[in-house]
Design a binder for this molecule. Sequence first.
Ligand code: PLP
Ligand code: COI
Length: 341
Amino acid sequence: MEKKNLDWANLGFGYVQTEKRYVSVYKDGKWDNGTLTEDATVTLNECAGVFQYAQTVFEGLKAYTTEDGHIVTFRPDLNAARMVESAKRLEMPPLPEAQFIDSINQVVKANAAYVPPYGSGATLYIRPYMMGTNPVIGVKPADEYMYRVFVTPVGPYFKGGAKPITIKISDFDRAAPNGTGHIKAGLNYAMSLHAIVTAHEEGYAENMYLDAATRTKVEETGGANFIFITKDGKMVTPKSDSILPSITRRSLMYVAEHYLGMTVEHREVYKDELKDFAEAGLCGTAAVVSPVGKIVDHGTEICFPSGMDEMGPVTKKLYDTLTGIQMGRIEAPEGWIHTIC
Ligand code: PLP
Ligand code: COI
């Protein structure tokens, strides 16, 4: 199969239309078998549940070309399970996990020419999503739904790739206690847009959100969880019911403990502790592991000893091990890598 002639090394994190996408429809109480289509346009009634009351959830995962030339995905079973949880919270019919995995396999295979080559620095981002499609005007869940999957080749989420970023502590809240912060609902991202535009205007790459109830604890950014490294080499990562249970973070916790022999603490992290950490980073499918060099808290700068030039040494080890597993250079734990072709 011949690859598309794209400038892989210079891709940003953007949308490039590829050839095939997957569509399945839920009607009369069941999901149909789903099919691939070339039609990238969705036409819906003006009163569809997704337009009126934002009834939509999504996932994000990637396909990688491994060192030995296979195309693989990373722990797609966890995305399937998380999408079920997201759907249930928004009163949507969960997509069977086997259908989720099959849809990913089909779309990736059909767009194999767009999967960036090994060593190019780019990957194929996979976006499954589901929405309420029939008209609803009283506030209630839709009866009919559409599930789709498209793919797009992407480069680094943050400009500059592995360069440490500066973030600010936001005055906006991302998620409420007992709200929807723990699921991947479009509404969480809609309400973060003003905060991210504000942060960008002020020259920051991202926001650090605090817990909405006390504003003393670290939660996450708009699109990634946090990891911190203590001066004695432990990995610390925030625990909260209102952050997204990142698959990358859960994988890094395992990698830190079982591959790198580190102590891992998954616990509440207080804003007041930030100044004591040696390294900080963001983790997620899009962010991979992105170093944070500086956090600004209303004019007070918290600068990590790892500096603004490169990733901290422990963060780098985590990054190298995780991406090594994803690209087939390092043996993966059982069940982490799904070979598509
Ligand atoms: N937190 C938020 C709010 C996200 O949108 C994402 C992206 O999926 C993550 C964390 C990272 O999760 P994952 O590692 O499963 O991609
Ligand atoms: C992902 O990492 O898959 C996400 O959905 C985060 C988003 C900000 C792109």
